[in-house]
Write a protein that binds this ligand. Structure first.
Ligand SMILES: Cc1cc2nc3c(=O)[nH]c(=O)nc-3n(C[C@H](O)[C@H](O)[C@H](O)COP(=O)(O)OP(=O)(O)OC[C@H]3O[C@@H](n4cnc5c(N)ncnc54)[C@H](O)[C@@H]3O)c2cc1C
Length: 452
């Protein structure tokens, strides 16, 4: 069958949509096949970080995204007396990535923004109501069979590569036959999103992890009047009963009086912690929840998936355009998998803290955001700068560095032989001097490729 597209992306969640928008920047033709007509309606992500905002900046939606977010104050783990067991304050100033370190948002609103972005992408063809039923990888291309859910018609499409951004039950991962590694966390939680009818300043602006042995729970402050509660469910509690009005209202009554809020949506989830053994099998790859699952206590599941998209997009584009050997794609899994594993393991530890309620272990402790280096990939890992996200200063003309650089690799140097002369940009010169460097090459995903 003729190869009609460079890449087929299965799934139009936040990860698939971001990957498609990044590939469009590289003039790579993309078909997105999405089973549903609309975005996922149930409560999911409420937090993303500055690295993710930087990716949104690259695809040109950062300003619109900022309009629908609030800057996150931080997270506190408290005991039943209100004592802080662990404090994770988030800075209220712009950080090294050129954005606030942490934002609160509403996932369906973000997903609609991403879909509107794709409407403007000339290399991206989105087909909704299209459920992928089979994926067959051949020597020169990969074929996806899909069912049009409106007409029932069975269709096929062919591309050089397929990326499964199709969530936890990924058909692409299944066809890759790579299997899951289970990192051992599994708990059932009820998640309830409410819209306040009245201001409730006493709820505070911090995310609160209530380490209450009677029922660990989470409160999170969203944009506007949106608030989120999450509650552990015990073995004897039936999921069907837990999603009913009575159950949720009774739990919320600790914080809300009748009439103070409407329940917008709720769902019971089993939070897991899994990692696909390999993220590439020939012409098939996985990203986002299709590659990794983590409990939501750090608010990093989607963020991890957006980082996958950012790592993979420029590599796929370079291989498809014949600019590099296809072995480059192997570095996607070797760089991203250990990175994701660190986030999963930290999220599990936070979940265990909520359950263990160990004052001695955590009383009054402070937590800082993770700064994680990519796993081994391109080049010599003895270079301590390689595989680290390079900061994004605002340059002296007021523009953010990535906007000046564009979506490509760049060498910044003090000797004048790079793409950007750091002597012309005091903020860049400062960063190089602080690191005792004279030259740095930054990849399109803003990670350091080489430094000297
Ligand atoms: C309660 C909760 C709270 C969370 N909080 C946070 C948070 O604060 N911060 C954070 O970063 N993350 C959070 N997450 C995780 C985050 O929501 C997910 O990691 C993210 O949605 C995954 O995005 P994705 O694009 O990989 O997959 P999905 O959003 O699941 O998208 C997959 C898409 O693939 C489609 N699809 C599936 N199979 C097929 C098929 N065969 N054919 C065609 N299409 C198909 C689906 O319809 C879907 O649209 C939370 C999750 C939960 C449940």
């Amino acid at each position: 069958m003729k190869t009609e597209f460079d890449v087929i992306i299965v799934g139009l969640g936040p990860v698939g949509a971001t990957l498609a928008a990044l590939l469009d920047l590289c003039d790579v033709s993309v078909l997105v096949l999405e089973r549903e007509a609309d975005v996922y309606p149930l409560p999911r992500a409420v937090h993303f970080d500055d690295e993710v905002m930087r990716v949104f900046q690259t695809i040109g939606i950062a300003d619109q995204t900022e309009d629908v977010t609030v800057v996150n104050k931080g997270m506190r783990f408290i005991d039943t007396d209100g004592q802080i067991l662990l404090d994770w304050p988030r800075p209220q100033e712009i950080g090294p990535n050129g954005w606030y370190p942490s934002y609160r948002f509403n996932q369906p609103i973000l997903e609609r923004l991403l879909r509107s972005k794709l409407d403007t992408c000339s290399y991206v063809d989105v087909r909704l109501n299209s459920e992928v039923t089979d994926v067959v990888s051949g020597e020169s291309n990969v074929r996806c069979s899909y069912r049009d859910r409106i007409t029932g018609a069975q269709r096929t499409a062919c591309a050089a590569y397929v990326v499964g951004c199709d969530g936890a039950n990924s058909i692409v991962r299944e066809k890759m036959a790579v299997g899951w590694e289970d990192l051992g966390f599994e708990e059932r939680w009820l998640v309830v999103d409410v819209l306040l009818n009245v201001e409730k300043p006493e709820l505070g602006e911090f995310t609160i992890q209530h380490c209450d042995p009677a029922r660990p729970s989470t409160f999170a402050h969203g944009p506007g009047m949106r608030r989120r509660w999450e509650f552990t469910l015990f073995e004897e509690e039936d999921s069907e009963v837990a999603v009913g009005d009575e159950f949720a209202l009774q739990l919320l009554s600790k914080w809300l009086k009748p009439g103070e809020a409407e329940i917008e949506r709720r769902a019971v989830y089993t939070f897991g912690s899994k990692l696909a053994h390999d993220w590439r099998q020939g012409r098939m790859l996985v990203a986002g929840d299709a590659a990794h699952l983590m409990p939501p206590f750090m608010g990093q599941g989607m963020c991890t998936g957006i980082r996958d998209a950012s790592n993979l997009a420029w590599k796929l584009a370079a291989v498809i355009k014949g600019e590099t050997e296809e072995q480059l794609l192997n570095t996607y899994s070797s760089e991203r998998r250990p990175h994701a594993q660190t986030y999963i393991e930290t999220a599990i530890k936070l979940g265990q803290l909520m359950n263990s309620y160990s004052r001695d272990a955590a009383s009054g402790g402070k937590m800082e955001s993770l700064v994680v280096r990519l796993g081994p990939g391109l080049g010599d890992m003895n270079d301590p700068h390689r595989g680290r996200l390079f900061p994004q200063p605002r340059l002296d003309d007021g523009r953010l560095m990535d906007d000046v650089v564009g979506y490509q690799s760049v060498t910044v140097s003090l000797s004048g032989d790079g793409d950007l002369d750091a002597n012309d940009h005091p903020e860049l010169k400062l960063i190089l001097n602080e690191r005792s460097l004279t030259s740095v090459t930054i990849r399109p995903d803003r990670y350091t490729q080489a430094a000297s």
